[in-house]
Every structure is written in C-alpha cells, then in structure tokens.
Design a binder for this molecule. Sequence first.
Ligand code: PLP
Length: 401
Amino acid sequence: MKNKDMRFATQIIHAKKFRDPVAGAHISPIYQTSTFTFDSIDEAIERNQDYDQNKGFTYSRFGTPTTHELEQKLADIEGGEACLALSSGMAAISTALLTALQAGDHLIAGKVIYGCTFTLLIDVLKKYGIEVSLVDTTNLEEINKAIRPNTKVIYIETPANPTLTITDIEAVSKIAKANNALLMVDSTFASPALQNPLKLGADIVVHSATKYISGHGAVVAGVIIGTREFIYNARFPNLQVFGGCLSSFDAWLLMLGMKTLSVRMDKHCENAMTIAKWLESHPQIERVYYPGLESHPTHEIAKKQMRGYGGMMSFDIKGGLEAAKAFLNSVTLFGLGTSLGNVDSLIQHSPTMSHFGMTAEERAEVSIIDGQVRVSIGLEAVEDLIDDINQALEKARKAVQ
Ligand code: PLP
C-alpha cells in the first residue's frame, strides 16, 4: 500500500519502513558510530561535497542512517518534503528561526507561547538585530496590523502553552502568503496525530519530539519539517555549525515510541475531555482551559482544524498561589514536572515553572495567573485521575479556608 493511501494509525507504524540490508532485522538497527568511512578518496570527496543522505553519510553531526529513517518518517507523516531531527525542541525552533531570518528582518509571534521560546524571541533574537512583535494571533486583525515591509516570518504555537489558545492556521497562512512571509507552526501540543499544519498552508512545522512523538519521557529531541530546500539550509550551515545533532540512539527510541502515537493520542483525548468536563463543574475551579470545551474561546477553530483536542489543559484553582501550592503538594498520581505528552500524567505550575521567564505583567496579559496549574493527562484509568485531583482539591480548599 502506498503511504498516501494509509490511514494515520497505519501510516505512523509503516511510513518509510527501513529494510535492513544486512540481516533483515524487523526493528531497524542503531547506527552507533561517530563517522563513516569510504572506499576511495573520490567517494569521500563526492559524499562530503555533495551531501545527500539518500546516497550515504559522512559524519554523525550531519546525520546517520537512524536519524535519516526518523526524518523520512516524520516528513511523510506531516506531509512535508523533508525533515531535520535535532537534539531538543528548542534546537529545532532556534535552528528553524535562524534559517529563515537575518539581521534587519521582522518576526511576528503569538503572545501565548512556551516560556523558553519567549526568551529566545525577546532576549536572544533581538540581540542579533531581528525585530520581534508579539500579538494575539487568534485575532487576525492584530496580525495584519503588525505586518511591516521586512516581516519574514509569522510564528505561531497552536495549541499554545499553557492556556491552549488555538490559532487558525489556514487563515494566518493566507496573511503570510499575501505578505511574502513564512508561516512557522509549533505543533507540539497537537502532535502529527491531531493536526498537520503543512496541509493547512503553513510553510514550516516544528515539534518538541520530547513530548507526544516520544510519548515515554525518555528522550529530549526536536524536529523541523518543511521544503527540501529549507531543511537543507537548516542542516547546512546551521546544524553543521551550531551542532545540536540528535543521537542515533535517541532517534531509535523516538521511532519505537512513535509506533503507538495514534492509540496513545486517542486515549489522551478521551481522558482529557472527561476530566475537563468534570473540572468545569467543580466548586473549587475558577476556569478550565481545554480546547474541547465549548466554553473555550477558540473552541470553534480547534473543531475546524484538529482531529481531537489533545491531552493538555490548564485550570485556575480558587485561592490563588497558596491553593495551587497545596494542590500540587497533594496529588499522588501526577508527577510534578515541566514536561508533557508522556503515558503517565504530569502536572506543573506554569507561572513559576515553564513561564517564570516572563514578568508578572506579561503573564497577567495572557491569563497565566498564580492559581493556575497545567496538566498533561496520561493514559491511566480516568476514574483514578479524577479521584486524585478531587482529594488534592479538597486539601487545597482546607489550606486557604
Ligand atoms: N514547544 C513547546 C510548545 C513546548 O512545550 C516545549 C517544551 O516544553 C518546547 C517547544 C521545547 O522543547 P524541548 O524541551 O524539547 O526543547
């Protein structure tokens, strides 16, 4: 069956399957080597000067057969021409932005954004002469108003971390195209199981593969998917000189994790929807941020562009910081940590953990308030997760009464 004819659950397992030429191994071998040798100097010159992973490899900083297999699978799954795998989601985001931008260029990005991406845009890119405007990307008028003659990239995170706002990828891609800018989408929270930004008109998609793509919390990795030309330019010279390469072992672990992405994501979505609805009517909860709820301000866009609403949500607990701290100290099934997208549930306090790099005013502007926690709903029995949240909310209530 051709990849294009496969449904997602089949494609995520079979896309660009590697055929081991040595022993026919069912699971691909790990090419654990730093370098590759050649039969002759002519071959060495050709491989080094005309780099093409379909023909061979030179040095593992630029790629290995294992990272190449992962890249081919992800390009296929996202509907892009090519992919570059890197050592973290932040390596993917910074490499993609440095490939697309140079001093004097202007970037428009969403105001609700992962904390380290915010630091990259505000503290780092500005230092290198790149102008940055942060706007509410759910409001197309704000994007249009922010466009300048030197706008080269519109960068959106959808669903956005931590309040799950959804930006209309198709509508923003039209604005980008009309202004000769590239649309770059961080699709980490959705994963390729729930949305494919390139199919909606985006030019580049980035993922923290640490999260749902891996699914088991054992790897830190990132990927960029886009045109063959863009990915080549991201590899040479950016990966080449900044050096944030992914190891073969981690690429292999990602491929193992990816095989269950479809079934994992179905269960993440089902559990999260049940918990979001339950939380919405809980007397200790002020507000629930989950794009699957009709009360979510951008629910209609999520319904249009996503195949499910994902496993991530935030909620505001009555009683502010003190109540949130008592709650976080009382949960027993949720691991207290900043990551997400794993089979087991995780919880964090966005204002003091993932988004501590923003000022209190910057956080307040985008509803990241002191009583807010973010949860990554795992694959446990949903009744057990609800029981755990319920008992912790009761402790939070007593702590502030
Ligand atoms: N993008 C989003 C939406 C994230 O939540 C994160 C990390 O939490 C990143 C990017 C960065 O990924 P990594 O931690 O793999 O560098």
